[in-house]
Design a protein around this ligand. Structure first.
Ligand SMILES: NC(=O)c1ccc[n+]([C@@H]2O[C@H](COP(=O)([O-])OP(=O)(O)OC[C@H]3O[C@@H](n4cnc5c(N)ncnc54)[C@H](O)[C@@H]3O)[C@@H](O)[C@H]2O)c1
Length: 391
């Protein structure tokens, strides 16, 4: 940011360990003259990997007390999911612009309250789906909105990301339906590690740069192979009705109970082309007009990189300085939340039979996996089908 005359931006960080440590490090390491990490709210901040760096900064056990003591222009909420709604509301009540980590909240009802609080106060709530702040994604979305690829037809995202028991034991809320105080959490494979990819498909279907599409139909199968409360494998089919065309079909399959880690497979097909990931690169292909013609290939560039956190923080700072609306805000994040909420309410979580689960020891932890699941996922992805159950 290059504006020399701007005011001081005082930021409070709720949740300084886990992913929040990246926000603390970004704010401290970039040393932007007018930006200050003014305080931290975290009941166990001492366990943060950046504790040495933040130990001189005022630290509070809870956000409410913190904001009564420290006048903040902006609050970053990077705490466990069950606290997002209350902490975003607290920040807005104290007049702060907000960046909340994904998912927006634990339930759709909470998410809707945040949307209305944001609209009532006139303060922004950015939501930390980093791809939605990425110039590569935004350039491709602009081309989609401008009709470069024609009408959307089928979108598909497949994520094979095995996770160990250590992943679920890293805190006291991973894989939980509710926490020990009874607060809804609904942490799952598509609400946490692969949430970005589900949101991304809905974001690309949005009719304007800051909109994501709400599916009109949802169908799902949820499986559990890990020793957790919620599901670790999700098969989700969605449909979106659009005027003057067949409904767009979307398929999201993501699992932490497969055997082999692979890069996410992402393909969005349109009437006149497609977008797909080739490794970490986003590629567009516009079909030739005649069968003998050559397709045009557009390389949008790499979607990975170290600037994800900085881009989100900068969007928050621009909200403070210029009242700029973040490209991914509370309303943009609601379709993702709606899908998660619908699945939790309407789908039975099926236990993968113990006879189908194997366990291996690697990297000092146990890995539960279902042999053959990777192949089953690939077959279903090819045919756009949901699986049968185990009984
Ligand atoms: N955008 C991304 O790529 C990304 C990656 C990881 C996590 N996240 C999101 O970040 C959030 C936090 O996840 P995590 O994996 O870092 O969790 P974590 O449990 O590892 O860390 C959470 C931090 O919040 C603190 N905390 C606990 N209760 C708190 C409270 N009441 N108030 C303030 N702080 C509190 C903990 O002490 C800890 O420092 C989640 O919403 C998660 O989905 C986003």
């Amino acid at each position: 940011m290059d504006d020399q005359n701007r005011k001081q931006v005082k930021i409070v960080l709720a949740g300084a360990g886990g992913y929040g440590a990246h926000y603390a490090a970004d704010l401290l390491n970039r040393r932007q003259e007018n930006v200050q990490l003014a305080a931290v709210a975290d009941p166990i901040a001492r366990r943060s990997p950046v504790w040495q760096q933040i130990s001189q900064i005022p630290c509070y056990d809870d956000l409410e007390t913190c904001l009564e003591q420290v006048k903040a222009d902006a609050v970053i909420v990077s705490s466990p999911i069950q606290y997002h709604k209350q902490q975003v509301a607290t920040a807005l009540e104290h007049g702060a612009q907000v960046l909340c980590e994904k998912p927006l909240c634990a339930t759709l009802e909470q998410g809707k309250k945040v949307v209305s609080l944001s609209e009532q106060t006139g303060l922004h709530v950015a939501v930390g789906f980093q791809w939605s702040f990425h110039p590569v994604i935004l350039a491709a979305k602009k081309d989609v909105i401008n009709g470069l690829y024609g009408k959307p037809e089928t979108f598909r995202t497949i994520v094979h990301w095995p996770r160990s028991l250590a992943y679920y034991q890293r805190n006291n809320w991973a894989g939980r339906l509710r926490d020990s105080a009874g607060l809804p959490v609904y942490d799952s494979v598509i609400n946490n590690a692969t949430a970005h990819y589900l949101h991304n498909m809905l974001f690309f279907l949005g009719q304007s740069p800051d909109e994501a599409a709400m599916p009109d139909q949802i169908e799902g199968r949820l499986w559990r192979g890990q020793p957790i409360e919620n599901y670790d494998t999700a098969f989700v089919k969605m449909k979106k009705d659009l005027p003057d065309q067949k409904p767009v079909e979307l398929l999201m399959i993501a699992s932490h109970s497969g055997e082999q880690e692979r890069l996410p497979q992402i393909e969005m097909r349109f009437s006149q082309g497609r977008l797909y990931m080739e490794g970490a690169k986003l590629i567009g292909e516009r079909y030739a007009e005649s069968a003998s013609g050559v397709s045009e290939i557009i390389n949008y560039g790499l979607t990975q990189g170290g600037e994800d956190v900085a881009r989100k923080t900068d969007a928050l700072i621009r909200a403070v300085l210029y009242n700029e609306k973040p490209v991914c805000h509370a309303r943009t994040a609601c379709p993702h939340l709606a899908v998660i909420d619908w699945l939790q309410k309407h789908c039975f979580i099926e236990q993968i039979p113990q006879s189908r689960i194997s366990v291996k020891e690697e990297q000092g932890s146990k890995w539960y996996y279902m042999p053959g699941l990777d192949q089953l996922i690939d077959q279903l992805a090819d045919t756009f089908q949901l699986p049968d159950g185990f009984s």
